[in-house]
Design a protein around this ligand. Structure first.
Ligand SMILES: [Cu+2]
Length: 136
């Protein structure tokens, strides 16, 4: 009986350790170019951990000369506007989608590359994401 309790306690500790330390990741990332020098990085931030994970910044590693900003789209008096935000957070065991409406990563600069590499800054880590382009 004591052995069973000890084994169960170890299993619970292992699961909790996993859930507290497992790293966030990105799925369905794409760059959408809407004008020669305006576009957006769209993706889902998946947070498999028990803590809230926040995206606090995005840097464009390549191509050079492209700037990225975290934005939120709002509709005020029937007019669609965008404004910069400090962070975008994914809840514990949840996801947050950055896309056309709501939160998004705005890209400004010469968007004529076919491959883009981004550094996503999270609370205590950073993720490198490489994606191709979809022109619309
Ligand atoms: Cu924007």
């Amino acid at each position: 009986m004591r052995l069973l309790v000890a084994v169960l306690a170890m299993a619970v500790a292992a699961v909790l350790t996993y859930l507290l330390t497992v790293s966030p990741y990105v799925t369905d990332a794409e760059v959408i170019v809407t004008a020669p020098d305006v576009g957006m990085l769209s993706f889902t931030l998946v947070n498999p951990s028990l803590r809230t994970v926040c995206l606090t910044g995005v840097e464009v590693v390549e191509p050079a000369g492209v700037k990225a900003e975290l934005h939120v789209t709002e509709i005020r008096d029937g007019v669609v506007t965008m404004k910069p935000v400090d962070r975008v957070c994914a809840p514990p065991l949840g996801t947050v989608r950055l896309g056309h409406m709501g939160y998004h990563v705005m890209l400004m600069g010469p968007l004529n590359g076919s491959r883009y590499t981004f550094l996503l800054r999270l609370d205590s880590t950073a993720l490198t994401v490489t994606v191709g382009t979809h022109r619309r």
